[in-house]
Design a protein around this ligand. Sequence first.
Ligand SMILES: Cc1cc2nc3c(=O)[nH]c(=O)nc-3n(C[C@H](O)[C@H](O)[C@H](O)COP(=O)(O)OP(=O)(O)OC[C@H]3O[C@@H](n4cnc5c(N)ncnc54)[C@H](O)[C@@H]3O)c2cc1C
Length: 370
Amino acid sequence: MISCRYVIVGAGFAGASTACHLARRGAREIVLLEQEKVAGVHSSGRNASMIRQVVSEPALIRLTKEGASFLRSLPADWPVPVSFQRSGSLLLGSGEGWNRLQREAETARQAGIEVEIWSRERARDCAPVLKDADFEGAVWCPTDGVVDIHALLSGYLKAATSLGVQVRYGCSVQGVQVENGRAVGVVTSDGLIRAEVVVNAAGPWAGAVAEMAGAVVAPLRPCRRHLFITAPLSWVDPGWPFVWDDAHGLYFRPDSGGLLLCPCDQEEMAPGIPPTDNRIAELLAEKIRQRFPAISDVAIRKSWAGLRTLSPDGRFVIGWDPKISGFFWVAGLGGHGVTTSPSVGRLAAALILDPGDKSGEPFSPGRFLR
Ligand SMILES: Cc1cc2nc3c(=O)[nH]c(=O)nc-3n(C[C@H](O)[C@H](O)[C@H](O)COP(=O)(O)OP(=O)(O)OC[C@H]3O[C@@H](n4cnc5c(N)ncnc54)[C@H](O)[C@@H]3O)c2cc1C
């Protein structure tokens, strides 16, 4: 049997960043458990790598801002170089969606994020591929960009292990031990691990891990989303920003000499690696034909799908469980877990180590207690 102070379930961005920040704050005896043989097999290795700060849920804005500024200038002692391409983003709006997007941009501006409202013409000058696209205006966020997600995840893990965090791969948590209403350890495929704090960073499995503990039922929904990569395209400028048509659910950005495209599909699935569905390729083709005719003749070279774990109110689930003491949540990061990984890990570590810290209230799992 192993004993430690903190056992963290899941080595995706949520668990790896929490382990890293706990260790950087001076916490010791941390064990990070990952059921797969390597990190990044699930959502954290299957996403679009975009750092987007203007988001619809106001409580997330301070986390996106903090996350993006951390990624733009990593600490001097960061153990792994992480490329961040500061391409900026263009969020396109039309109809009622354009009014909403402008309100979101204003909230972001008040939070200190650099944003500008651009006319359609200005957006088209920046990304000529939008010449036939129909939209009313765009929000330009120059400090957004694209990050190397594999280097970023390995940076959290390396920073954590260099400070003594023990990472155990191929170790699956099968039960949470609870004594007198307090989590005291986990039952794993490698045996029992006793701990003072159990951190649930299990991504799409967070609901299952919480159930093992008898913790609050957070209605999290793992939802599938597909991504597509085209063959190289001579007319794509690798310096273009990422373009997101919020109202119609479609985004694209330069990738591998061509484009990465997403039709923003959303279908609830069981945790695991979701199968791809050919009908979504048809959905993508239809959306492109309607919204961006200039890119309708592209050949798809590769596609895959991943899970975004969504909460009903769009807010993350970070904090102490209201039913089981010693059980801490870092879950429900939805479609923002890369952007916010630095701030989520920092916030989780602060809430674990500073009992009086109230800054996580909007994310408290207590909101699901009935
Ligand atoms: C298609 C797509 C595009 C996206 N694009 C972006 C983007 O551009 N920008 C952005 O910010 N975000 C994006 N996201 C969201 C982002 O990928 C997620 O929010 C983030 O990766 C979630 O990290 P996580 O650590 O919570 O989950 P995960 O990465 O799934 O990690 C959870 C880990 O827990 C492990 N685990 C689970 N149960 C157990 C157990 N019982 N025992 C041991 N280990 C266990 C799993 O194996 C897994 O490795 C996107 C997501 C998808 C699917």
